[in-house]
Design a binder for this molecule. Structure first.
Ligand code: TRP
Ligand code: SF4
Length: 329
């Protein structure tokens, strides 16, 4: 039996942060251990253009950076195909065809469309491409006949739309596409250093590349339990974002100890944050070492991408043949 396929992508709109790592990438890495699946992970650079069209100068650099970071956190080119959306021109053809069969109303009621327009209010997003964002995403997914799409909850509406579009194609022409399932990640709730959602537009992120002093200073400036003004006040770890990070980065005994000491005002926030910075540095050390390695071996990175593009392109060409036959064009 043919292997099931898993596919996911990310937009290269900026540096990756710890939210991306725990919210998505760790899951991608984890899925590599299941030999029932084939995996495809791609950089959605055309999708980056939907919001960054007026200044596209960083997309290319962000794309290479993104792949370097994927490799650094443990994506393995022998077990996952990594490729670049814009290198596989078939995505554009399928996007066009799907746009013919997608009712406008499906796109207009898409919740992320409305949300992103408000969130990115400084950009003019009243474009055809931005409204059609989920149609391109549907093309990305069904091109590879993906069965599973590992994403965060924020992407659920897009996967749902993909399912509807795939069903509609199958109904109108011929049963070509499996209906993909979202594979939700169990995301620990990690907030940015100011206590809001970690997002590069809020400038509150800890990046995968942050280390040394930069990392120490960011953690030093994190918001803590708002009720705890002085070191002599007892704190409440459950209300503290620093503690949420300790839960991920520190061993269980240390987490328990910090919780106890915080509640009885035995540890101060400065000390608590210093320990967190040490733990994150320790955990990220191998990632940072691999980042350094790949930055000095860019040729290797480009070869991995070229190889991935070839594998993805072969599948995309076959699917497009089938699609053209189905619609008799
Ligand atoms: N919309 C996704 C995001 O912003 C990126 C994306 C594009 C994607 N195409 C995809 C994710 C296909 C999964 C599958 O994160
Ligand atoms: Fe948060 Fe640590 Fe301060 Fe307690 S001691 S409030 S857990 S930073």
């Amino acid at each position: 039996m043919a292997k099931k396929r898993i596919l996911s992508g990310m937009r290269p709109t900026g540096k990756l942060h710890l939210g991306n790592l725990h919210g998505a990438l760790e899951n991608w890495v984890e899925l590599q251990n299941n030999s029932d699946f084939e995996r495809f992970y791609f950089v959605a650079d055309w999708h980056a253009l939907t919001s960054d069209y007026s200044d596209s100068s960083c997309i290319k650099e962000n794309t290479t950076d993104m792949i370097i970071n994927w490799l650094s956190v443990g994506l393995d080119p022998t077990r996952a195909t990594m490729f670049i959306q814009s290198s596989i021109k078939e995505h554009a053809e399928l996007f066009l065809i799907l746009s013919m069969i997608t009712p406008l109303s499906w796109l207009e009621r898409n919740p992320t469309y409305k949300e992103m327009k408000t969130e990115l209010a400084d950009k003019d997003l009243s474009t055809f491409g931005f409204l059609g964002y989920p149609v391109l995403q549907a093309a990305d997914i069904i091109m590879y006949k993906a069965n599973g799409v590992p994403v965060g909850v924020d992407q659920l509406p897009h996967v749902e739309l993909t399912r509807e579009i795939a069903r509609r194609f199958n109904f109108l022409y011929r049963e070509v596409f499996p209906i993909p399932e979202p594979l939700l990640t169990n995301v620990p709730k990690l907030l940015g250093i100011d206590g809001r959602k970690m997002s590069k537009s809020y400038e509150n992120s800890i990046y995968l590349t942050d280390r040394g002093n930069v990392l120490g200073e960011k953690i030093g400036s994190m918001f803590t339990d708002p009720q705890r003004m002085r070191k002599s006040d007892p704190g409440e770890p459950a209300l503290c974002n620093v503690f949420a990070f300790h839960r991920i980065y520190s061993p269980p005994e240390e987490v328990d100890e910090i919780s106890m000491e915080c509640k009885r005002a035995g540890i101060g926030c400065v000390e608590c944050k210093r320990r967190l910075a040490d733990r994150i540095s320790e955990k990220m050390k191998p990632v940072h070492d691999r980042q350094d390695y790949y930055r000095h071996h860019l040729k290797e990175v480009w070869e991995i991408i070229a190889e991935g593009n070839i594998r993805a392109g072969n599948i995309a060409r076959m699917t497009m043949e089938e699609i053209r036959e189905s619609i008799k064009i």
